[in-house]
Design a protein around this ligand. Structure first.
Ligand code: EPZ
Length: 418
């Protein structure tokens, strides 16, 4: 089991290149199931979740290949097994993204229920109810969702009770081959939803309004192949910007889209971090003295839940009290006890964490629990006195491509060991 050893105290300096977005690559790969033609995807990050999705596509019968550092190409000429087996789904909840495409393409799907994960129950009831509105018959048994639409899917007006990112993506992919028009109301507005719509449109789909709360989709008979470049990973970019701020350094992330990070950039500015953007680059500089700032996670374009843990690590170094409220997931404070063990002063009251800074952190042995909580522990290690050992870094490898290499090149004293 790999671990990281981190020696804190070095201000990070220099440029860090941002990889393609994991949360855009995953739905893009699922979309390849919608056509028998080849789809070529550029800038898909080399992270564990993407490898899991590649295995999932291969298990349905699709051909998946990637030569060296080149693009990923997928061709689902024939779908032999429209299934997502438990042994794959249990490691990655986003496997539910194949539900819509498999039903739309083959008329049936058998997808293991994701089961919970560290941050919450992660149900997919909204995906299933919406698919029923498109005419699919849905059953649940033995921990699997069985969906059937022998006569194909038909358009419908769908209203999501709560905003769901992969629910929006799943239904968009089901609707593009349904007969007639589908309207998705209270849809997620994340950039990854818009990126998926861009790929589907290149494949021949007819979609209007992606990126807004109401998306219109006119079904077509079939989709063709396409070539597409995945958007940069805004969460990776945000994580490295916070790394620059927490170490009192001077970091520029390149190949990023600043508009995707407006909520975070505003918070960093309020906290006293110097921020400037332009030409695919976002630059932050911090003197090391930070002001406490409140943050409440919301669906895009609000403050992203995927940066909550990282921002909390930063607030342990800010003067004053910061109230951090998590509204999206029911259990996304796993990083708190580990940060407290490193010396942070954080109290949890329901959905709110109250961070009293500035507290010097001291290196400790800590255990990663989920993808973004582990990133927060790495950030704390970069500023803590002495050595921090982060265990179970496979959580980090799910969503960050070569994180230690990128941090090392910016001056961090971090190394991976078994
Ligand atoms: C996506 O997860 C992201 N994953 C998550 O990123 C991200 O944290 C989340 O959106 C919120 O932004 C991918 O895109 C692959 P949701 P998703 O459906 O789609 C409830 C990371 O770190 N809900 O928007 O699974 C749900 O329980 C990951 O990269 C239902 O109740 O999240 C949650 O409380 C972690 N029923 C809320 O909605 C449903 O059918 C938002 O979930 C679906 C969701």
């Amino acid at each position: 089991m790999d671990k990281f050893s981190i020696r804190g105290g070095t201000p990070l300096k220099g440029e860090i290149a941002i990889s393609g977005s994991k949360n855009s690559g995953l739905p893009a790969l699922a979309a390849c199931l919608l056509t028998d033609q080849p789809v070529v995807l550029h800038r898909v990050p080399r992270v564990r979740d993407i490898r899991t999705m590649k295995s999932l596509l291969a298990s349905t019968g699709a051909k998946v290949d990637r030569r060296g550092s080149g693009p990923l190409s997928v061709q689902a000429e024939r779908i032999i097994r429209p299934e997502a087996p438990y042994d794959l789904v249990k490691t990655m909840r986003a496997s539910s993204l194949v539900l819509g495409p498999l039903v739309a393409r083959t008329g049936r799907a058998r997808v293991s229920l994701p089961g919970g994960c560290a941050i919450g129950a992660r149900p997919i009831n909204l995906h299933m109810r919406a698919l029923e509105q498109l005419g699919a018959r849905i059953r649940q048994e033995h921990g699997y969702v069985e969906a059937e639409a022998p006569e194909g899917l038909h358009g419908a007006a769908i209203h999501f009770d709560r905003i769901t990112v992969t629910g929006t993506e799943d239904l968009m992919m089901a609707a593009v081959l349904a007969k007639g028009e589908t309207i998705l109301e209270n849809a997620a507005r994340e950039p990854e939803v818009s990126d998926l719509a861009e790929l589907l449109t290149r494949m021949g789909a007819q979609i209007q309004g992606a990126g807004t709360s109401t998306i219109h989709i006119q079904g077509v008979d079939h989709l063709g192949g396409a070539e597409h470049t995945i958007i940069p990973d805004r969460i990776e970019a945000g994580t490295f910007l916070i790394a620059g701020a927490i170490t009192g350094g001077d970091i520029t992330v390149t190949g990023a889209i600043a508009e995707h990070l407006t909520a975070l950039l505003l918070k960093l500015g309020e906290a006293g971090v110097e921020v400037d953007t332009g030409g695919g680059r976002i630059h932050v500089r911090s003197s090391g003295s930070l002001r406490a700032v409140d943050a409440t996670t919301e669906e895009y374009p609000g403050f992203p839940t995927d940066l909550q843990a990282q921002f909390m690590a930063l607030m342990t170094q800010a003067e004053g009290i910061s109230f951090i409220t998590e509204t999206i997931f029911e259990n996304r404070f796993m990083h708190v006890p580990e940060l407290v063990r490193m010396g942070a002063n954080i109290r949890i009251e329901g959905r709110q964490a109250i961070v009293a800074g500035k507290r010097d952190l001291s290196g400790a042995g800590v255990i990663a629990s989920d993808l973004r909580a582990s990133a927060s522990l790495v950030l704390a290690g970069l500023v803590a006195k002495g050595e921090t050992i982060v265990d179970r870094v496979y959580h980090i490898d799910r969503g960050y491509e070569k994180i230690e290499g990128k941090l090392m090149r910016a001056g961090a004293q971090i190394r991976r060991f078994d």
